[in-house]
Structure formats: structure tokens, C-alpha cells
Design a protein around this ligand. Sequence first.
Ligand code: ADP
Ligand code: MG
Length: 627
Amino acid sequence: RSNAEKFEFQAEVSRLMDILINSLYSNKDIFLRELISNASDALDKIRFLSLTDKDILGEGDNAKLEIQMKLDKEKKILSIRDRGIGMTKEDLIKNLGTIAKSGTSAFVEKMQTSGDLNLIGQFGVGFYSVYLVADYVEVLSKHNDDKQYVWESKADGAFAVSEDVWNEPLGRGTEIRLHLREEAGEYLEESKLKDLVKKYSEFINFPIHLWASKEVDVEVPADEEDSSDEEESSESSSSEEEGEDEDTEKGENEDGEKKPKTKKVKETTYEWELLNDVKAIWLRNPKEVTDEEYTKFYHSLTKDFSEEKPLAWSHFTAEGDVEFKAVLFVPPKAPHDLYESYYNANKSNLKLYVRRVFISDEFDELLPKYLNFLMGLVDSDTLPLNVSREMLQQHSSLKTIKKKLIRKALDMIRRIADEDPDEYSDKDKKDVEESSDNDEKKGRYAKFWNEFGKSIKLGIVEDAANRNRLAKLLRFESTKSDGKLTSLDQYIKRMKPGQKDIFYITGTNKEQLEKSPFLERLTKKNYEVIFFTDPVDEYLMQYLMDYEDKKFQNVSKEGLKLGKDSKDKELKESFKELTKWWKGALASENVDDVKLSNRLANSPCVVVTSKYGWSANMERIMQSQTL
Ligand code: ADP
Ligand code: MG
């Protein structure tokens, strides 16, 4: 094009496109749901802006918040258009030429090894999936703040942007034209597109229309027999092959009547056909929504189409001062970067709607950090519609919503633990990681713990109000768990009569801890000791002081009491000289005190940490962090 400005793709984008265009990946269908999802996002944006500025939508067709698809069989073009927010020239260059989000190279890496493109939408590069089926793509776009532009690329490392003086004005929004590759002919079939929308885009909240052919009976004057050329409307000029089944009966009809004034013929007409029924799943009665529907909704919500089922969900209505409906999901897997930026980013994965209108998916006020692994949405009737995001963020109802969400989330997680046996061995753990097809058979809580256990621990540290509830969800191994996971409730059930404290020990791994001299006497006396082997456990135990009125006692620390011994005092007296001598010999910068102990069985002596000091394991963790 004469007025085109040329740009090179960011290297990372180029690499991604190369992979996509050369991909032998069989499931090329995914491009359509990515485009529809982008169209839906763009519509959400304009609708949100229109809440505070009514004029922004314009009039007539422009105000229709919808998605339209059209086929041009002759030219092999599939186009998808929306009346969303559109893109300015600058947007086109930035959004369709660079990758802003992190994790893309991780995705490219993963894709090259696994060949699975199902997660593409989650990585913020879904648009480029058009190159799975097209070798040339045009993006026409009109934003309220700019003229209409066209972006185009043949995926050859470069793209061009020019002012669009060739195409009809869009009014507002974006049209993506895919010039389909030879082998992607199936996407020119209406039935294929209908199937795909049904399968993947069922939960899009805007109407999706297809310019679809329809056979109708029409009466035509009997003497105008060769009218087939004019039968099709001008808009469908490209689909001439569908006109062929007409005019089979000529002259006489079945009754043998001669020369009737009119006759019936089949004619192909075109009209917009609605492909989805726009009903929000969260407004329905939970009893009437099937598991399959929830699973599909989860996939569309998270753009995770890996076919895995969510581990659990909770769909509820909150009533009272603050009314809202919500659906929460526990994903089957933790996202790759869940803990990477834990303390810097607070990105909740809940979408906020106010009275069915999408407001934001970047609200941090809905859930505490440690529950950021949850997916879902909240739709509130109580929150005001026509205020800015900033104002909403400060609305007093949010506190109540958050509180209820946490409660429901923890209930949901507890339910997984109640419903599914969570004891599983190390061997099973491996199986869970290695194969996904026998997932169903494994305890869901074991899976949950494997993926999100750390979040529960961080919750115990951060959320004092729910500490006890979270502690109930804690799982660990112990001297008596026999290679399986166990809980505090189970520990308490196994406690010896008269045992007051819950014993635990911290370290790098179970094997090392099992040999620890700190355990000798305890195991000999048949006490159970919990193994805490995750670095985060040290922090955890600084906050978790007791559970069900039982105190936690680190067995490597001073103050371990295993019941009274009548000879204690006597012994202490008779060893006084020795302990005194030792304390002098070891010097005060090395030890605080030297004491007689009954905690050992075989080892002659042991170094313990003072009650309020860091455990040896904590020292090790701190050292590794500062070095
Ligand atoms: P993501 O949707 O995750 O951001 P994509 O690769 O699908 O990633 O799209 C990249 C960006 O291009 C979007 O964030 C959006 O800004 C822009 N975009 C894509 N399609 C449209 C559209 N139909 N209307 C407006 N903007 C769009
Ligand atoms: Mg997208």
C-alpha cells in the first residue's frame, strides 16, 4: 500500500509467529476463540467507558455491542468484527507488534517442547494464533480518538500500518480479516464456525452473529424461470455454489397444472444468525448448572483450554447489606508464576462485574494475596455503576464482599479435603505429576496440596482472622504418617494420653530429620513429631502458636517437656559441677547455657536453640538468603 509505514516485529514476536506458522499442531481451532475473546474484551472496554460517558457509543449500529463473522468463500477470507473500543494507530503498533507481558519466552520454550498451544491465551499472545490458519492477516480498526487504520502482515518478520482509505468505514471497532491458508479451508464452512462457537465461546457475554446462508421457499412468477442469477443478494456475491440446487422444477408442478402464475423454488438467502445465547451462568440457579457447564465456563474464563477440570468450584449468592453472586474455582494447576512476584504484584484473578457489566479483572481488593490462585468472578448489585474504577476500589462494600469471599473460598477448599481422601504416598505424588489421565482417581486434596499448599501456609502467616481455619487445611508428614500426608486433626487424635504439646522439627528434608538426635527420645517414647521441610515452614511456625488449645513445640529448641521425672532435681544437682565446667569451657559467645536433658536416648549430647532464638534451620535459610 502506498501510504504504508513498515515496522519490524519484536524479536520475541517474530519467533512466536515462526513457530505458529510452521506448526504442525493439529488443533488449529483455537484461533477463533482467541479472536472472539479479544472482541469480547474490546466490547467490555467500551461498555465500561460508556457507563460514565453515554455519548461514547454513538448511535445506530455503532451502539450495538456485538460480534459478527463473515465468510468469503471465493477469496478464502474469514472476517471477524466487533464494535468494541477499537485501536488507534499507536495501539495497533504497540498491541500487535510487541509483547508486553512477561512469561512469553517461557511460553515459547514450553510450546517448542510440548507442542501444546492450548495455553496461548493465558500468556497474552492469543492474537498471533491467527497464523495457525492464515498466511496473511489484515486488522482494520477505528478508535474514537483516531482515524481508521489497517494493520497487515504476512508473518515475515514485519508488519505495515496505513491509514485506511480503501475499506468501508467501520464506525467504531475492529475487523480482523484472515486470508486462510489452502489447508485451512474448513474454516470457510458455516457449520464448522457454529460448532466452534458452541464449543469454546459459549460463555461470551455478547451476541456472536454469523452471516449465514438459509434455504427458503419463495414464490416466483412462473414465467421468469431463469432468475437464479439474481437470486442472491449483493452482499453474498461470493457464495455462488449454493445457488445450484434451485430451479429443479420448471414449468409444471406436481399436480400437472399448466402454467400457474407462480411457483415455489428454494432460494439461498443470507441473514445474521445468532450463535450463542447470551446468558450469564452465574445468574442461573446452581442446581440447574451441570458439572460440564461449570468446567466449560472455567475454561472460557481462564483461557485455559487444556481440558483439565477445575479441582473445585463454589457458586453462591450473598444476601444482606451487600448483594452479590460469585463463582469461585480452584484451578487444576498453579500458574507458572504464582509465587514469583508474590510480594510485589497483587493480581487477583477475579473478574468484577457490577450488574452484569464487566468492570475489571485487576481489582486487588477482592481477595487477599494468598488466595490469588483462585479464579472466578463476582457480580454485585450493590456497587454503583457509574463511577470510576478508583472510586469503586474504595467502596465500603468491598470489605464485606472480600470477607464473604474468603469464607466461601476456605469452605470450598475444606470440602475438597472432606470429600477426597488426602492421604497419599510419595509414589502417588510422582504419578500425579507424571500422568494426567488418571487424575480422577487421585485424592483431589492431595493434588490441591501439591499445587497450592504454599498458599495456605502464607495464609496462616498473613491472615490472623482465619488462621485456625487455614491450619485445619495444613498437611505434612510426620514420624507416624508412614510416607503419607497427615493433618493436625489427625495428629491430635493420635496424641498420647497426657501429651500437651504438638511436636515438630524443621529441616531440609525428611530423610535428614529422621536421623536427628532430637527425635531419639521422643520416638522411643512413641510421641509423634511433625516434619516441616519447606523453607516457608519456618515463617509459618512463627505465626502458628497453637491449634485447638495445644501449643506447638519445636523439638530442637529449649523447653521440651516430656512429662516430669521424680529424679530430675537430684540428677541436676549431681551434674552441676560438670555442666558448670562445660559452660566455662565453651565460652559464652558460643553457648548460652549448658543443661541436663532428658530428651536424648542414644546420643550423649546435643546443641539446641534457645526458646526465642532462630532454629538451626532458620539460621541456614537466612544465611542462604544473605549470601
Ligand atoms: P491479550 O488478549 O491477552 O491481551 P492478544 O494477543 O490476544 O493478548 O491481544 C493483544 C492485544 O491486542 C490486546 O490486549 C488488545 O489490546 C489488542 N487487541 C486485540 N484484538 C483486539 C480487538 N478486537 N479490539 C481491540 N483491541 C484488540
Ligand atoms: Mg486475547
